[in-house]
Design a protein around this ligand. Structure first.
Ligand code: FE
Length: 176
């Protein structure tokens, strides 16, 4: 941790760059939507996180550590929400790619078939889980032990249970 002469952490969180151009997901997601989502919303979460962490016990801590220290604590909801949304959006951008789709790699296809029956059934369940989210949140494909599952979380929450690994996510907030 780097500290200044007042013993305050001077390391702050930064917005990771988008892994493709803002126009790269058109016509599925417009450059306008990505511009706002990345440049305003995601940047806003990072900025708020830095403001909330400055001069506190969380200053200079890595993002994941702040999330695990604040999850489920009502008095830490503001910092949790901004830290979790910073993490979720970075994960979300990496869940998408220009000219995506196509064939699923064989290992993943077997895993999907073992867990859902077919790729179509996986897509259908994931879509229905996403559509059934009431209000803001996320729909995740996760690896839970040996099984693939789809789960949804509300607002800034993410699957954080030990042994559950997020693989892909869909942002189901209105701004997405
Ligand atoms: Fe979002």
């Amino acid at each position: 941790m780097i500290r200044n002469d007042k013993n305050e952490s001077v390391v702050s969180h930064v917005l990771p760059s988008l892994p493709y151009a803002e126009t790269a997901l058109e016509p599925v997601i417009s450059a306008n939507t990505i511009g706002f989502h990345f440049g305003k919303h995601h940047q806003g979460y990072v900025d708020n996180l830095n403001k909330l962490a400055a001069g506190t016990e969380f200053a200079g801590f890595p993002l994941e550590k702040i999330i695990t220290m604040t999850v489920g604590k009502a008095d830490k909801a503001a910092i949790f929400n901004n830290a979790a949304q910073t993490w979720n959006h970075t994960f979300y951008w990496r869940s998408l790619r220009p000219k995506g789709g196509g064939d699923v790699p064989a290992v993943l296809k077997h895993k999907i078939e073992a867990s859902f029956g077919t790729l179509e059934a996986c897509k259908k369940e994931w879509a229905s889980v996403a559509m059934a989210q009431f209000g803001s949140g996320w729909a995740w494909l996760v690896l839970d032990g040996d099984q693939l599952k789809v789960v949804r979380t509300s607002n800034a929450d993410m699957p954080i249970t030990p042994g559950v690994k997020p693989l892909l996510t869909i942002d189901v907030w209105e701004h997405a």
